[in-house]
Write a protein that binds this ligand. Structure first.
Ligand code: C2E
Ligand code: MG
Ligand code: MG
Length: 635
């Protein structure tokens, strides 16, 4: 479009000026629509006389709207990257030109006015990550790798020396000959996430109490160590360390003191070992030290001697001075076994041999230890493993209400599946559990499992019955027994009034005032309490009346031969009478014959338990027995 204007009549010179100019105008048409016009105006002179203006214009609406859209997109992108706290970088390898947004500088802990070059990038990386990044960028710069890249690296702030974890993602653009011409992408500070992940990983691989590596990490580490040892034909050794008589410390001074001792043991073990060795806590008072590289068998021996010496130093905990010792078993990688599980087992056996030969001692594994670890020791190892592997079993024996003949309860009785598959009775292993401290985890398992079983029977539609569990005196005397019991029952969802605990007289009478307090706490939850094997202990009748109890269970030795034994008959009669006076229900157990049953019924005993009704049965068999019994009692 060509136009002219008369400068005498209009103000074109004032508007357009003395020289050529470019404008973009929004021009309205007569019909109200509009368009963008790009105009170039040029003053028109004739004989140096300014006579007008020439101007060219073209419709640039499409270009203008594309520009506006682009601007909007750029703004949006900027806002989005800001919101996502992303940094932007753009690198041109041919010229080495690097452009960073302010956020990237922040990610490198650099002031915003820092001029950036590729050297600044590498200088800002954590020294341990530099080589990896050089290789990573080189690999990403090869067209055959697809051009996309994603790195995670650490930066070290120039000003604050702060270490940050940065995640970088981007794309390489290639020239037609395959050379990289541009690397463009974003950076993100992922320090928080990375640290949280590290903390989670730490927690999953470390023992909460001591901070030592746990079993999982030990296995992971061993896999790596043994693979390397096989390649380099080197030897490794495993030390199994068990504290001697740690249990009494826990019992006498409480878990707080016990925990502090364990922490100190962990610290001393670490002091006895080198950086490349791994010290791990298996649980309880058992520790493992893995020595990845040993020159001779003297190496583990020296470490074992050192450990014994260190553990033998007095422990000062909470104003107490305690003396401890340890027993150590040693097994050798390759000579004894080539995988961790077996090495632990052999070192464990050698440790028992060390204990047997007087404790505060170490022993290398020899095949003879397999036989040494017989009887009690073997049983102890077996029991421990079954407890750890959830391999214990509960049997249930029904308890009958004598008046109605209905099943009103069951007693949970623990069994240990033996090595040959035969079930071992509690008499064979409860004393071992008590003397080795395993009774706590055994007891906890029994209560947890019983509650679970009770709920399962309820869900299977069986009428509610009471379930009794036996509690060892040692468990009962633990300060936290009542609260632990409460936690377990609550967690199971079981109605506490369906649970009964059975204690022997000695458990209660040894420290009567503490016992009364614990019993009150337990009863306040609604749980019932029975005094088991009553009549054989030395219960003072005076004390008995002060105890918060629900039931007396007559010791089965009085009932087994009751038909023909006059003295047993009078004792049983007396116990039933005592129960009535104290307002307690009386249970007869060990009932094997109709005669014994009749005797108890005739003398007012309330509940009955014995082989006459059923032997203790596995859970599934008990359920069928119970259903059968219900069906018959309906007939
Ligand atoms: P208890 O609590 O007095 O359990 C009764 C014992 O008598 C059970 O022996 C049972 O099988 C047996 N019995 C029941 N009726 C008869 C019968 O008619 N004739 C004969 N001859 N025996 C009968 P078991 O299962 O060997 O348990 C022995 C003891 O071991 C229990 O005596 C209890 O004190 C203890 N015990 C059982 N389970 C546990 C447990 O989970 N924890 C603890 N701490 N102790 C347990
Ligand atoms: Mg019992
Ligand atoms: Mg009993």
């Amino acid at each position: 479009m060509l136009s002219s204007a008369n400068c005498g009549k209009c103000h074109c010179a004032a508007v357009f000026g003395e020289t050529a100019k470019d404008f973009v105008w929004l021009v309205y048409r007569k019909d109200g629509t509009s368009f963008y016009a790009s105009c170039t105006s040029s003053p028109l002179y004739i004989e140096e006389q300014h006579v007008g203006v020439i101007y060219f214009s073209s419709d640039v609406t499409t270009r203008k709207s594309m520009e506006a859209a682009l601007l909007k997109k750029t703004e949006e992108l900027q806002l989005a990257t800001e919101a996502a706290e992303l940094g932007m970088f753009d690198f041109y390898p041919r010229t080495n030109k690097l452009i960073w947004s302010d956020r990237v500088k922040e990610h490198f802990g650099l002031p915003v006015d820092t001029p950036v070059t590729i050297d600044v990038f590498f200088a800002g990386l954590h020294p341990d990550d530099r080589e990896r990044m050089t290789l990573g960028i080189a690999a990403a710069s090869k067209p055959e790798n697809g051009g996309r890249f994603r790195f995670k690296y650490r930066t070290v702030g120039q000003l604050d020396r702060k270490e940050r974890w940065i995640e970088e993602r981007g794309q390489v653009h290639f020239a037609s000959d395959g050379t990289p011409i541009r690397l463009i992408g974003t950076t993100m500070d992922v320090t928080e996430r990375e640290l949280a992940e590290q903390r989670l990983q730490e927690a999953a691989q470390h023992d909460n109490l001591t901070g030592l590596s746990n079993r999982a990490l030990l296995f992971q580490f061993a896999e790596f160590v043994f693979a390397q040892a096989l390649r380099t034909c080197s030897d490794s050794a495993l030390l199994f360390i068990d504290l001697d008589r740690f249990k009494p410390i826990n019992d006498l001074y409480g878990h707080d003191v016990g925990d502090k001792v364990l922490k100190e043991v962990a610290r001393r073990l670490q002091k006895c070992t080198r950086k490349e060795d791994i010290v791990s806590r298996l649980g309880g008072d058992e520790f493992i030290v893995l020595l990845p590289h040993i020159e001779t068998a003297y190496d583990p021996e020296t470490v074992a001697q050192h450990i014994l010496k260190m553990i033998g130093q007095p422990f000062h905990v909470g104003g107490l001075t305690l003396t401890l010792s340890a027993s150590i078993g040693i097994s050798l990688f390759r000579e004894h076994a080539s995988e961790l599980e077996s090495l632990i087992r052999y070192a464990d056996m050698a440790m028992y041999a060390a204990k047997k030969s007087g404790r505060n001692n170490y022993k290398f594994y020899t095949p003879g230890h397999d036989e040494l670890a017989t009887d009690r020791l073997r049983l102890e190892i077996h029991l421990k493993r079954k407890l750890e592997n959830n391999g214990m079993v509960l049997f249930y024996q029904p308890i009958i209400d004598i008046d109605s003949g209905k099943v009103i309860g069951a007693e949970a009785l623990i069994r240990l599946p033996g090595e040959n598959g035969v079930m071992l009775n509690p008499g064979d292993f409860i004393p071992i559990a008590e003397s080795t401290g395993l009774i706590d985890s055994l007891g906890l398992w029994v209560i947890t499992e019983t509650c679970k079983q009770h709920q399962a029977w309820r869900e299977a539609g069986l009428p509610p019955i009471n379930i009794a569990v036996n509690v060892s005196a040692i468990e009962f005397r633990q300060k936290a027994f009542a609260s632990q019991l409460a936690r377990t029952v609550t967690a199971s969802g079981m109605d506490p009034s369906c649970l009964q605990i059975e204690l022997t007289e000695s458990a209660v009478m040894d420290n009567i005032s503490a016992a009364i307090e614990t019993l009150r706490e337990i009863r306040a939850m609604g749980i019932k309490i029975a005094l088991d094997d009553f009549g054989t202990g030395y219960s003072s009748l005076n004390h008995l009346k002060n105890l918060p109890l629900d039931k007396l269970k007559i010791d089965q030795s009085f009932i087994l031969r009751i038909e023909s034994d006059r003295p047993n008959q009078s004792i049983t009669e007396a116990i039933i009478g005592l129960g009535r006076t104290l307002n307690l229900r009386v249970v007869g157990e060990g009932i094997e014959s109709e005669e014994a049953m009749n005797f108890l019924r005739n003398h007012g005993c309330d509940e009955a338990q014995g082989f006459l009704f059923s032997e203790p049965l596995p859970a599934a068999e008990f359920e069928s027995w119970h259903r059968n019994h219900l069906a018959h009692s309906r007939l």
